[in-house]
Design a protein around this ligand. Structure first.
Ligand SMILES: *Cc1c(COP(=O)(O)O)cnc(C)c1O
Length: 219
């Protein structure tokens, strides 16, 4: 298939995703913009990301440190980058240094990473970084945070995460509307939004299927 046609498709797909996300949010009794759509461009070329940028999209996600470091400088600084997935502590500094417009780290899964991020933010003197704590919804654990995320998406997990959010908000005295919940990907984002997600991570539905068999990438 010719590249230009395939590229045009990403912007079209994005528009469809935004519309679907908007309707799902309205079904949940919230405003159409209640759930942020993070365009997850991992393995996809800059030309496709640029196409979304030109269509007005500003929120992009990557989950390999090397890839986000390479891509971020190629788009204007008003992009809000999300790092999604597991982050190694020795990659915290390079990530924050190379991506000054990193907006959020989705997936802080241990205290050590939280401390590394905190130190790096202070050392760089950058504005505070938003983080979401990864919650294991199959267990009973609930972590204090400004947000939560979960990868394994089933209605049960979504429900568990929503319950966890309510508990944490109660414990910390935070209004639930101010609390982020990142759940939902290409296959289940509408359900996730209907159940209260404020942040969905959409890759293949926007960019098309990723073409790698057994990925071996630098994190
Ligand atoms: C790749 C990825 C996504 C996007 O997945 P799709 O199913 O392609 O939408 C979402 N979240 C994380 C953590 C990912 O690594």
């Amino acid at each position: 298939m010719a590249a230009p046609a395939a590229e045009g498709a990403a912007a079209v797909a994005l528009r469809a995703v935004l519309a679907r996300a908007g309707r799902a949010a309205e079904r949940s009794g919230r405003a159409a913009e209640a759930a942020r759509v993070v365009a997850v461009g991992k393995t996809k070329p800059m030309s496709m990301l640029r196409q979304l940028y030109d269509a007005g999209h500003r929120c992009f996600g990557e989950n390999y440190v090397q890839e986000i470091i390479t891509k971020a400088p190629q788009l204007p600084e008003d992009v809000r980058w999300h790092f999604i997935g597991h982050l190694q502590s020795n990659k915290v500094k390079p990530l924050l240094t190379a991506v000054p417009n990193l907006d959020m780290v989705e997936g802080v899964d241990n205290e050590k990473i939280a401390n590394h991020l905190d130190r790096a933010v202070n050392n760089l003197g950058r504005e505070p970084l938003k983080v979401l704590v990864q919650v294991n919804t199959s267990g009973e654990e609930c972590l204090m945070t400004i947000g939560m995320k979960d990868y394994s998406s089933t209605p049960e997990n979504f429900k568990a995460l929503v319950g966890c959010k309510i508990e944490v908000c109660k414990a910390l005295g935070i209004p639930t509307e101010q609390f982020e919940l990142s759940m939902g990907m290409s296959g289940d984002f509408e359900l996730a939004i209907e159940m209260g997600s404020t942040n969905v991570r959409i890759g293949s539905t926007i960019f098309g299927p990723r073409e790698y068999p057994n990925k071996k990438q630098n994190q």
